[in-house]
Design a protein around this ligand. Sequence first.
Ligand code: CDP
Length: 228
Amino acid sequence: MNKKITIAIDGFSSTGKSTVAKELAKELEYIYVDSGAMYRAVTYFAMEEGFVGTSFFDLGSLLEKLDTIVISFQLNAVTANADMYLNGVNIENEIRTLAVSNLVSTVAANSIVRKKLVAIQKEMGKHKGVVMDGRDIGTVVFKDAELKIFMNASADTRAARRHKELLEKGQEVSYEDILKNVVDRDHMDTTRADSPLVKAEDAIEIDNSDLTRAEQFDMILALVREKL
Ligand code: CDP
């Protein structure tokens, strides 16, 4: 029973991938890696440096500084989750804003940015015992993952969930703006040239529009048990 596997969870934006991935990692005592947080961190860096905004993207300046960016996950003793750090500073809250969500797919489409982050992700999962969620985990980062899940839900369901989450965090955002972001990101993530979001051939697709969090967790845990 000590066999450790790699679990790749990919899917559309705001499908609750990270919720179930975190729950699985806790249950199995695996490492959880939120690869989206890494793309958000690079995007936040670019925004802070003035390299990207709603109507411009100075890719050259971002790439020049890319090597100076140190991103890491560090355990938050209060939440028991791993927070995202950028050059030693906790940016967990900053990366979850709609402003970052509106720019992240543009930054994540760049191959040099992806190369840097994929290398870190591969290193984090090299001993297995990892649950990683994102867009290209089962197709690029861990093509040989023993279990691949592809998550989906209707755009309305996803926007409503994300809207609730942001309101609970005290962010003043409209449902319409969130829905637009969800739809725009799906489009950009699925149509980009490098590592587009696509279901891996051997991934199991789950539509969680009508599933509770507990039902979804039990369903995926049963799939994990089959592999162990
Ligand atoms: O949680 P949510 O669905 O909002 O997205 P996320 O997982 O935080 O990812 C944010 C964005 O990062 C995505 O929309 C993608 O553009 C990009 N991303 C990616 O390109 N590849 C990954 N493995 C993970 C995220």
